[in-house]
Design a protein around this ligand. Structure first.
Ligand code: DX5
Ligand code: ZN
Length: 217
């Protein structure tokens, strides 16, 4: 299985964001956490910043929207040229319509679920999506502990993807580090977001390489 490592710039230095994005050129995608202080109790940045990141990043953008009213705002991030745009099931009123709007604008469509949100209602909609993000912490902050109780959801998703021969990436986000990435890989994840486990290290390049080999092991 192809493993993807997506460092989250939520753990980067916001006043040196260009430098910190350039430091992760050996990763697969830049994970960009957009928060509105409403869907989650934290605030980051919006389309203006994402547009600038799109212009300077050495690798494609994986935008994770933690914002209310996703139906209204998600398509705009696709128009900025993001490689993938993931919105939360809990924040959208029509997940299929929003996914189609993203694909029409040339982005991969991603569906995210918080730890307490069941995945079963979305299984039949998987063909509408290019990736599913299983949150392994409550969204909002870097540096929280991995919630192993979310792993059954990944197993269910992996089974559904295999059974129907779908090409849907399964992503995990939150508390992913050298001691947890193997657990998520074993449960079926192929795409791994890591904030503090990358930017908390002196060598982000070594961190990316070590995470990659731990996921492949
Ligand atoms: C949390 C964000 C994550 C966060 C992960 O809500 O979605 O992307 O940056 O940070 P770590 O890897 O430190 O848990
Ligand atoms: Zn994220």
């Amino acid at each position: 299985m192809t493993v993807r490592i997506n460092p989250s710039i939520l753990s980067a230095d916001f006043v040196n964001l260009q430098r910190d994005v350039e430091r992760i050129a050996s990763a697969d995608l830049v994970h960009v956490d957009v928060m509105d202080n409403h869907f989650v109790p934290n605030l980051t940045f919006g389309p203006q910043m994402v547009g600038r990141l799109q212009a300077i990043a050495p690798i494609p953008l994986d935008v994770h929207l933690m914002i209310s009213d996703a139906d209204r705002w998600a398509p705009g991030y696709a128009e900025l040229g993001a490689f993938s745009v993931t919105f939360h099931a809990e924040a959208a009123s029509d997940v299929v319509e929003t996914a189609r709007a993203l694909r029409e604008r040339g982005s991969r469509a991603g569906l995210a679920v918080k730890p307490g949100t069941a995945i079963e209602p979305y299984l039949e909609l998987l063909p509408e999506f290019d990736q599913v993000l299983v949150m392994t912490v409550e969204p909002g902050f870097s540096g929280q502990s991995f919630m192993a109780e979310t792993m059954p959801k990944l197993r269910t998703l992996r089974q559904a993807v295999e059974r129907h021969g779908l090409d849907v990436w399964l992503q995990v986000d939150g508390g992913i580090a050298l001691d947890t990435i193997g657990i998520a890989a074993e449960a079926g994840a192929d795409t791994f977001v890591a904030g503090s486990a990358v930017y908390g290290r002196d060598s982000v390049e070594a961190a990316i390489a070590e995470l990659r080999s731990a996921a492949e092991a």
